[in-house]
Design a protein around this ligand. Structure first.
Ligand code: R5P
Length: 299
């Protein structure tokens, strides 16, 4: 089998560089620019005959990224690529997984359909699987889900004394349990009610016997920051120190940092699935084995 090549979509160059180094494969350049009217221009100045091509594109703030990504996949095939895979460390549009009101777009399904049509396989990190049991429930192509829990657990073990891992809502239990079990740590789950994009109400867990521990909030997504901020306030009111936070995908909406600061949160790290100053936990070594498995599996 010929060696695969990696192509970074704009903004994903560093992530792709780290992944290429882990995989020991070559990166080839994608020329990308916008015409004055906003349409995109793409060029790959390389022979792709029968090569496995891996596009790297983290899909936070996905709308402006989607068209160039679909065109790039098409271009790779046009230039003779064999299979075209996608490494999307953050996979967008997973949260609208049902119609909460009649007539709402089921964007998780629409997005999955577009990507499944364009790519032969997909690797992502901890997609927000809530009401979907697995990625296969929405994606029709082979996929691998990389767990960030071991990397988050390593960070917590190295940085926090006597950690108590806490999930701010029921959905976070899957990540919290995996992080805590990786290091044999105590863990608790809070309950959350959401009243709006920036308005949540969180209830404290049973903290009996846990005084003296440093709480660490673990969640898959940080968006408005409201969940972490309210959870931090509740924990402090219950007598614990201000929590540290270890998050998989740091999306940081416009007011998120202010919201977190107002709640007194100072120690917060995310993985590097999304670019942010806080995204200090690198996942290339965790993603590479999943990519290798998909590259070596033939349909
Ligand atoms: C909820 O389903 C997720 O796991 C996160 O708790 C949520 O997306 C965080 O959002 P925000 O930062 O806007 O509260």
């Amino acid at each position: 089998m010929t060696d695969p090549v990696l192509i970074a979509m704009p903004g994903d160059e560093q992530r792709a560089e780290r992944l290429a180094a882990e995989l020991g494969v070559e990166r080839i350049a994608l020329e990308h620019r916008r015409f004055p009217d906003g349409e995109c221009y793409l060029r790959i100045d390389a022979e792709l005959d029968d090569l496995d091509v891996v596009l790297v594109a983290s899909l936070d703030r996905p709308d402006p990224k989607l068209v160039p990504l679909l065109f790039a996949a098409d271009l790779a095939r046009d230039l003779g690529a064999g299979r075209v895979g996608l490494v999307a460390p953050y996979l967008a549009y997973m949260r609208q997984d049902r119609r909460f009101l009649p007539g709402e777009a089921l964007t998780s399904v629409s997005f999955a359909r577009r990507l499944s049509d364009a790519f032969d396989w997909l690797v992502t990190v901890d997609p927000h699987l809530h009401r979907y049991p697995t990625l296969d429930a929405v994606y029709s192509i082979p996929s691998e889900v990389v767990a960030a829990a071991p990397a988050l657990a390593d960070w917590i073990a190295g940085a926090i004394d006597r950690p108590l891992v806490i999930g701010p809502d029921e959905e976070s239990e899957q990540w919290v349990r995996a992080v805590a079990e990786a290091r044999g740590l105590a863990w608790r789950i809070m309950t959350k009610q959401r009243f709006g994009d920036h308005d949540v109400r969180i209830t404290a867990p049973d903290l009996d016997g846990l005084v003296g521990h440093r709480p660490v909030l673990v969640d898959d997504i940080l968006s408005s920051g409201a969940t972490l901020a309210d959870a931090a306030r509740v924990l402090v009111a219950a007598g614990l120190p201000t929590p540290a936070c270890a998050i998989v995908h740091g999306l940081f909406g416009d007011r998120a940092r202010r919201t977190l600061a107002e709640a007194g949160i100072e120690t917060l790290v995310c993985t590097d699935t999304v670019d942010a100053p806080e995204s200090r936990i690198q996942l290339a070594a965790h993603i590479a084995p999943a990519v290798r498995r998909l590259l070596s599996s033939r349909p």
